[in-house]
Design a protein around this ligand. Sequence first.
Ligand code: MG
Length: 268
Amino acid sequence: MILQVPVVQVPDILALDFDGVICDGRREYVHSGWRTYRQIWDSPSATPPDGLAERYIALTAVIETDLDVPLLVRALMLDLPAERILQEWTELTPQLLAGVAREKIQTEFVRQRDQWMAEDFNHWLNQQPLYPGVTDRLQQILASPIKLVIVTNRGQRFALQLLQAAGVMIPESQVFGKQSDRPKYQVLRQLLTLEDSKLWFVEDHVKALRLVKQQPDLAQVELFLADWGFNTPTVRAEMESDPQIHLLSLAQFTQPDFSGWLNADCNS
Ligand SMILES: [Mg+2]
C-alpha cells in the first residue's frame, strides 16, 4: 500500500500586512486620532467622550491610511450613523476634511504619535499588542529559509519599533512602510522582480487584495484575507466564493507550518 502524504506548499517570500494581521493597533490609533482631531478641529475637551474608542473599533474596517483615523474620529464626534460611515466612507471623506489639507492632518498625526511616544513610550507600546501566537510564528519564519517581509501603510520606523519590542528581529530592509502613497501591489511587484519566487501575501483589507488581483503580472501571487483583522463578516462571506483569495484564520496563521493555507477557504 502506498501511503499518500500530502505535500504542504510553502512560500519563498511571505509578505504580511502589519495592522490587523500582526498587530492589533486599534487603541493606539484611536488615541493618536483623538489627539490629532483635537489639534486640527480645536476641540476644547481634553479627554475623548465615553465610548469613543469602542465606537471607533467597531468601524475600523473603513481605515486604510493614517488620514482615515482622525477623520473617523471626526465622523464620530459629528454623530454620523455607523451604517452611513461603513457604506459611504469614500464619499464622506472630502466632506469630513472640510477644507483642511490632507497633508496638514497627516503631519499632525505623525507629530501626535511621536509626542505620545516621547511622553510615555510604554503606554504607547501597551496600546498595540501583537496578536496571540504571532511573535513565536514570526520568529520561526525568520529562522527558516522563507523570506519574511512586512508591507504596511504605517511608517516603517513605527512598525520596526513594535516588532523589535516584541522580540521579532527582522532586518530593516524587509519592512516596507508607507512610501509616498505607493500601493502595496507595487511593493509586491518589486519583490518579484528580485527573484522568480512563490510569493504569498496576507492582508486584512480586501481592497488591497483586489488591487493585487487586477495586476496581470502578479497572477502568481497567492492572496490571503486575515479573518482576525479589520474586515467585516460581509467581506469574509464574499471570500468564500472567491477562488483567488483564501480566507485564513489566526489559528492557521500561527500553527508551525503552512498546511491548510492554500485550501483554507475549503476547511472552514
Ligand atoms: Mg491591515
